[in-house]
Design a protein around this ligand. Structure first.
Ligand code: ADP
Length: 327
């Protein structure tokens, strides 16, 4: 292909997400396929700064496609935010003869990657890895589908108790800035109400919906709350609702970190494989400062600048569907 790259480095950064291992595996095997060297950098940008990296081959990524987390480990690295830290990272890249980087992570990781690429003229390509699906330029990020299925499974289990005891459950799921998980898992899990940061439902809206639901003879109710919803803390929200609906038996369940882990679904494994191969091919074509993503089942690219600065929109039609099917 169009460049004389000899050696690519790959790292995972920020929050871990199922499917990252599939992407690492695909990067390593694509490098093997195209006859170039590849090194795995441990603990994200921290490993770049510490010089913690090793060459990999097709066999070093055996038996990982089915595993959650990341074999390269991840880290939040404060030093990389400073020019001095990035200079150290650059020195280590040079010392190891690495001439391009593939960064698997979220928008924070891409911000660092873009800066680093511009400062030191190092080609970089990003692969979106975050369970929240909140990256512009791709329909899906790595880990999102797995997290969705985890949340739906949890709702199904909680529903058994809700139904047996005529209870109302407030379930909090991940989504500090984006409601993709809550909206989709809420529809799939049959939630009565879904609260997401992109919407502006009030406490009265929630109470009215629950009152209607009782009058419609629903025996259990689930309100799925994305952690970043504007109504705030889920326990407080449950308390305020209890004051307005004193005859409801209300419980709260915060799903927490179980949403991050677990074996990746088929969709995440295939996505990681496609984006890993695409990232290597983009570098070999001489492209840099971009993210590979998937749109309409086609691998596409987006500038890192846009991936970082633009916000992916929530599908308003899904909100409409959620309102109708929850009656
Ligand atoms: P994510 O990639 O999941 O959004 P973070 O926001 O924690 O996760 O970012 C991961 C890492 O990327 C940070 O620990 C830091 O090393 C690097 N990073 C984030 N923002 C910047 C920035 N503005 N400049 C340089 N590096 C950054």
């Amino acid at each position: 292909m169009g460049t004389n790259l000899n050696h690519i480095g790959v790292l995972t950064s920020g929050g871990d997400a199922p499917g990252m291992n599939a992407a690492i595996r695909a990067v390593v095997r694509a490098c093997t396929h195209y006859g170039i060297k590849v090194s795995g950098i441990q603990e994200g940008y921290q490993g770049l700064i510490d010089g913690n990296m090793d060459e990999m081959d097709a066999r070093s990524v055996a038996h990982i496609i089915n595993r959650g987390g990341t074999i390269l480990q991840s880290a939040r690295c404060l030093q990389f935010r400073e020019k001095k830290g990035r200079e150290k990272a650059h020195d280590n890249l040079k010392a190891n003869d690495i001439d391009a980087l593939i960064i698997i992570g979220g928008d924070g990781s891409f911000t660092g990657a873009n800066l680093f690429s511009q400062e030191f003229d190092i080609p970089v390509v990003g692969i979106p890895g975050t369970i929240d699906n909140d990256i512009y330029g791709t329909d899906f990020t790595l880990g999102y589908d797995t997290a969705l299925n985890t949340v739906v499974e949890a709702i199904d289990k909680i529903r058994d108790t809700a139904t047996s005891h005529n209870r109302l459950f407030f379930i909090e799921c991940m989504g500090r800035d984006a409601g993709f998980i809550a909206l989709n898992a809420g529809i799939a899990g049959g939630a009565t109400e879904i609260l997401i940061p992109e919407d502006n439902k009030t406490l009265d809206d929630v109470v009215n919906k629950l009152e209607y639901s009782r009058s419609a003879k629903k025996t259990s109710n689930i309100v799925l709350v994305a952690e970043g919803d504007q109504l705030g803390d889920t326990f407080k929200l449950a308390e305020e609702t209890q004051k307005k609906l004193p005859d409801h038996d209300i419980r709260v369940s915060v799903l927490g970190h179980i949403q991050r882990g677990g074996n990746p679904t088929c969709a995440d494994r295939v996505l990681g494989s496609r984006l890993g191969v695409a990232a290597v091919e983009q570098l070999l074509h001489g492209h840099s400062g971009i993210m590979v993503g998937l749109r309409n089942d086609t691998v596409t690219t987006e500038t890192l600048h846009d991936a970082i600065t633009k916000k992916p929109g929530i599908n308003r039609n899904l909100m409409h569907v959620a309102d109708i099917v929850s009656l």
